[in-house]
Design a binder for this molecule. Structure first.
Ligand code: AMP
Length: 216
């Protein structure tokens, strides 16, 4: 990925998440984690949360130029290894499909609504009509041999089901999923997604960077 993207993602993931409090609390209540360890986790989390806005501010300033460089991002799309499976041909999926095509990437779309699937076919894309939570649909789309899975549907927990099944089918798969809440991000990660993009946060970052991606 371009330097700007890499730095922004690193800064976003650097702080210790609130989920660690839940795990530490559970561990302490079950008597398998000493109270001191829980306190240390809490102290570490507070420090990292305090430091995060400053690190983030620095990264956003430094990566301003890189973030507006859409062609570089597109180049990384085509350079990624293997065939991609794109789930959902809606608002996000359509934009992804255009960009993948522009980058000459090899990909197939999985869409459950027949009219949307027809629309994608009419636009020249390879399409499997079906629900991606179903094993047969994923197999039909060639997920076992694919290099990447892009889950571009709005329901994060349904996406979690797709991610879980896909991870079972193809352990080496690079899974990138869309989410709309911190809970969905956590769930998708736990289910095996390599990268989760929180929609609202991505919009905010783009706005802070002072640019928006040009429509393909
Ligand atoms: P949008 O809400 O505009 O981002 O569109 C989401 C698209 O994803 C719609 O075209 C849905 O029909 C499609 N979709 C949602 N869930 C699934 C699923 N499980 N499998 C395949 N396509 C889906």
């Amino acid at each position: 990925y371009p330097k700007g993207t890499a730095l922004t993602v690193s800064a976003s993931l650097a702080q210790i998440g609130e989920f660690s409090f839940i795990l530490a609390g559970l561990g302490a209540s079950l008597g398998i984690l000493p109270e001191e360890a829980r306190d240390l986790i809490l102290a570490g989390a507070i420090l990292s949360i305090l430091a995060n806005p400053f690190i983030f501010g620095l990264v956003v300033r430094k990566s301003g130029e890189a973030a507006s460089a859409t062609p570089a991002a597109d180049a990384s799309v085509s350079a990624a290894a293997g065939r991609a499976v794109l789930v959902g041909y809606g608002r996000v999926g359509k934009s992804l499909a255009r960009r993948l095509k522009a980058a000459h990437a090899d990909f197939v779309i999985v869409e459950e609504q027949a009219d949307r699937a027809d629309e994608a076919r009419a636009a020249g894309y390879e399409v499997v009509t079906g629900n991606a939570t179903h094993l047969q649909t994923l197999e039909k789309a060639g997920l076992t041999e694919a290099g990447r899975l892009l889950v571009a549907i709005p329901e994060g927990f349904e996406a979690g089901g797709i991610v879980h099944r896909a991870r079972d089918l193809n352990p080496g798969l690079n899974i990138i999923a869309r989410a709309h809440s911190a809970e969905e991000v956590e769930d998708l990660r736990l289910r095996g997604a390599n990268h989760v993009v929180l929609g609202e946060e991505a919009i905010a970052l783009r706005m802070l960077a002072g640019g928006s991606a040009a429509p393909a």
